[in-house]
Design a protein around this ligand. Structure first.
Ligand SMILES: Cc1cc2nc3c(=O)[nH]c(=O)nc-3n(C[C@H](O)[C@H](O)[C@H](O)COP(=O)(O)OP(=O)(O)OC[C@H]3O[C@@H](n4cnc5c(N)ncnc54)[C@H](O)[C@@H]3O)c2cc1C
Ligand code: HEM
Length: 414
């Protein structure tokens, strides 16, 4: 909890920090990578840096955390911290690196705000930083120790056992372990970080959701190649798509991720669009393996049947689940050769009857998830019953955004 001495200082300076926080985040990363270029090799995602999404996510998270300390001091923003801690753990972030980030962040704050950073202001923001840092360090320590690893040992080599061309743009990699060590279990919905050596010699990390339940031997993920459309093509997805063949090895982290299947026995509804089907396929696979009898509804939107990745696996799993049904929406019309309830156009929840008291999982482009979440809330679904996975730094923070939170959610329309 914030000290009585710091609270009024934070309250007074929050608006000015929030107004400048994106500049601060940009200066921070430039300085950090100047001082520690090794962090660009295997730890930070340079695509997110180029797009500035990581700068915005860091800035938004600090603003949300500080304003939450002031407004609801008895409660930390748990959802925000969980998401960051899982992402950090999947990248093997260490407690010692928090000192490095601290020093560079405070260098950037002074660089941007100059003399406005009096010793009193610096001390109060230092307290905020360490409250957030220790909350994250503790949570990350818990995540590592639950898996019996250290930050340095989250990584392991895997071999591509099979490559399955799902659609014109999506390929599935089925990875096999390369040694006798036990394969740690994943929770349904989790992702791994894949560290890929790029042609310029730099390793680049990217997260991919696991698309199949554990079998003790394999991990499976599916990658959509990202087309630049005026910007550079996505570097890792295209590299995996074009170059990585059966027999090659990739470094992958243990599975992490906080958007996981609820095991309370309530009905489950999955709503996905495009490549957002991947965590849903993983969760369905776990449910099918467990022989679940729960009411399960899959809602999926895609361009057409040819672009619906993993549809064979998903339909196969739905067929094994006595309580499951699937409904799809194709933008190019309701043509289908599959035993599915097919609609033309974009997903419309009025087309289906949803089970009462369900837990909802959303994954897809941000505007899609924002639209579905709003429609669900209109139907009186409680916000806490809607979980969502963002395929990039979370610039939405839907559970936290309030009108009074400076700096939070400003990029929601991105
Ligand atoms: C939790 C999680 C789960 C995920 N699960 C999956 C999954 O199951 N399947 C899947 O396919 N993806 C998934 N993703 C997304 C994945 O991690 C990658 O972000 C995706 O593959 C794109 O990576 P890339 O290296 O190809 O693109 P990047 O090179 O990172 O590019 C990303 C964007 O930045 C733009 N860009 C890059 N460089 C520049 C530049 N210099 N200037 C301007 N713009 C630039 C590109 O045009 C592109 O639009 C997931 C992400 C997360 C966080
Ligand atoms: C209090 C300190 C910190 C805060 C508030 C913070 C905040 C964040 C946030 C908000 C994200 C994005 C999460 C998401 O939505 O995906 C993130 C990701 C990340 N963080 Fe931190 N972080 C902190 C400390 C650190 C430290 C010490 C390191 C180690 C160098 C680090 C490295 C990373 C990396 C590599 C990512 C992924 C970046 C990407 O994919 O572009 N962070 N952090």
């Amino acid at each position: 909890m914030l000290s009585d001495r710091s609270r009024p200082v934070i309250e007074a300076t929050l608006p000015v920090i929030a107004d400048h926080i994106e500049d601060i985040a940009t200066r921070f990363y430039a300085h950090l990578f100047g001082e520690h270029p090794e962090l660009l090799d295997g730890t930070f995602n340079r695509g997110n840096q180029a797009e500035k999404t990581q700068q915005m996510a860091l800035a938004g998270s600090v603003a949300v955390f500080a304003s939450s300390l002031v407004k609801v001091p008895e409660q930390l923003p748990e959802h925000l911290l969980n998401r960051i801690a899982h992402k950090h753990a999947s990248l093997g972030i260490t407690p010692a690196q928090y000192d490095v980030v601290h020093d560079n962040l405070f260098w950037a704050i002074v660089d941007v705000l100059g003399d406005a950073v009096t010793p009193e202001v610096a001390a109060a923001w230092d307290e905020v930083y360490w409250l957030m840092a220790y909350a994250l360090i503790n949570q990350e320590r818990g995540l590592y120790s639950a898996r019996g690893v250290r930050p340095e040992t989250v990584w392991r080599e895997w071999e591509v056992a099979e490559r399955i061309q799902e659609t014109e743009d999506v390929v599935t990699f089925r990875m096999r372990r390369t040694d006798d060590r036990l394969v740690k279990t994943s929770l349904p919905g989790q992702y791994v970080t894949v560290q890929v050596p790029m042609p310029d010699g730099v390793r680049q990390p990217r997260q991919y959701s696991l698309t199949r339940a554990d079998d003790g031997e394999h991990r499976q993920f599916s990658v959509k190649r990202v087309k630049g459309e005026g910007k550079p093509d996505g570097e890792v997805s295209n590299f995996l798509f074009d170059r990585v063949q059966v027999g090659e090895r990739l470094t992958m982290s243990l599975p992490f991720g906080d958007v996981v299947l609820d095991d309370s026995g309530r009905p489950v509804v999955f709503a996905s669009a495009g490549i957002g089907v991947t965590p849903m396929a993983g969760m369905l696979s776990h449910l099918a393996t467990a022989g679940s009898h729960l009411p399960i509804t899959l809602l999926h939107a895609d361009t057409d049947e040819a672009s619906f990745a993993l549809h064979r696996q998903v339909l196969d799993d739905i067929g094994k689940l006595p309580g499951a049904s699937a409904h799809v929406w194709y933008e190019r019309g309701a043509e289908s050769s599959l035993p599915l309830d097919v609609h033309a156009g974009v997903m419309n929840l009025d087309d289906v009857k949803l089970p009462a008291d369900a837990i909802y999982y959303l994954c897809g482009p941000l505007p899609f998830m924002q639209g579905i979440r709003s429609a669900l809330i209109e139907q009186d679904v409680a916000p806490r019953d809607i979980q969502y996975e963002v395929f990039g730094p979370d610039l939405w923070q839907a559970d936290l955004v309030t009108e009074e939170t400076p700096g939070a959610g400003r990029h929601a329309a991105a």
